[in-house]
Design a protein around this ligand. Structure first.
Ligand SMILES: C[S@@+](CC[C@H](N)C(=O)[O-])C[C@H]1O[C@@H](n2cnc3c(N)ncnc32)[C@H](O)[C@@H]1O
Length: 294
């Protein structure tokens, strides 16, 4: 079984056996009994609603709701890249959550490909910890995937200014930028990109291209942030190629150079009972920036 199958089965099982949320951290002080409702409150910043992923049962729900879609979106991105140029995948994932990016790397490698994957996931939210434990458990059953998780604020980690100990060749930001508060998002994105270039890219794996993937909501509050990274790479003198992609039909051209994918289909057949229970997000809808630094 793949990581996607294993983790969604684990989270579905945890969800069903979790029981009622007796000490609900919902701002209203009580659990509505509907994780779908909380999910929508977080997504659409409903006033008086849940503002963050701060409920254990909700985390299990989130993994079952979004993993197939988010994994599919990264798979589309990886199909744009010549993965054979990468001797290993040393992946730094920021705001990694339930690791749909790691699932996509596992799914996209050609059959019998044993290119090793090292995955380091940072997430500030401790509610992911039991899920990270289950992911680590899964990787122990594989010969070529290793995963480590750190429950810390990435800005604290990077502001130490020390070069990354590990030589990475992939950075993924999946639905991280949209999670930053809108009024400070541009500043945080700018600081994050500068520090990633200074601390991680400058200490990259030799003999490999370096891949950045940003996958996030196709929204005016996020798309312009992609250019901040491109400008910084330019200013630092890096040679790179890039492409921007999106899935949804856009009524008007945002002049951002993004090309619509030929398909927005999910890469998987999700079992009907899971689809219904977790209101699974099916079609791909994100906007992406894919950068390869030479
Ligand atoms: C919308 S979730 C996305 C999770 C996962 N990448 C996915 O695609 O499903 C955003 C994640 O970013 C994490 N996050 C936000 N700010 C962070 C920070 N400063 N440092 C580390 N993680 C952060 C949150 O805790 C949350 O789990």
């Amino acid at each position: 079984m793949s990581l996607l199958d294993t983790l969604t089965a684990y989270c579905a099982n945890q969800f069903f056996t979790y029981g009622d949320c007796l000490q609900c951290p919902h701002p209203s002080g009580r659990c509505s009994g509907s994780c779908l409702k909380c999910s929508e409150e977080v997504n659409f910043h409903r006033i008086g609603g849940r503002t963050d992923y701060d409920c254990q049962k909700f985390m299990y729900y989130y993994v079952c709701r979004y993993s197939w879609k988010y994994c599919s979106e990264i798979m589309y991105a990886l199909e744009q890249i010549d993965l054979s140029a990468y001797p290993v995948f040393n992946i730094l994932s920021i705001g990694c959550g339930g690791v749909p990016d790691l699932m996509a790397f596992e799914e996209t490698r050609p059959a019998r490909d044993t290119t090793e994957i090292f995955y380091k996931g940072y997430d500030i939210n401790p509610y992911w910890n039991p899920i990270h434990k289950a992911i680590k458990q899964y990787t122990l059953s594989t010969r070529d995937i290793t995963a480590e998780f750190i429950n810390r604020d990435i800005f604290d980690v990077l502001s130490d200014g020390k070069p990354a100990v590990r030589h990475y060749n992939v950075i993924v930001l999946e639905y991280l930028l949209s999670h930053f508060p809108p009024d400070n998002r541009m500043h945080l994105a700018s600081v994050l990109f500068s520090e990633l270039i200074e601390v991680v890219l400058s200490n990259r794996l030799s003999n490999s291209p370096f891949l950045f993937i940003i996958n996030d909501i196709d929204h005016y509050g996020v798309r312009p942030l992609f250019d901040i990274l491109l400008n910084k790479l330019n200013n630092e003198g890096y040679r790179f190629s890039y492409q921007k992609g999106h899935f949804k039909y856009r009524g008007s051209d945002y002049n951002d150079g993004s090309v619509q994918y030929f398909s927005d289909q999910n890469k998987f057949l999700i079992p009907d009972e899971i689809k219904d229970e977790f209101n699974c997000a099916i079609n791909c809808t994100s906007a992406q920036l894919i950068v390869e630094v030479q």
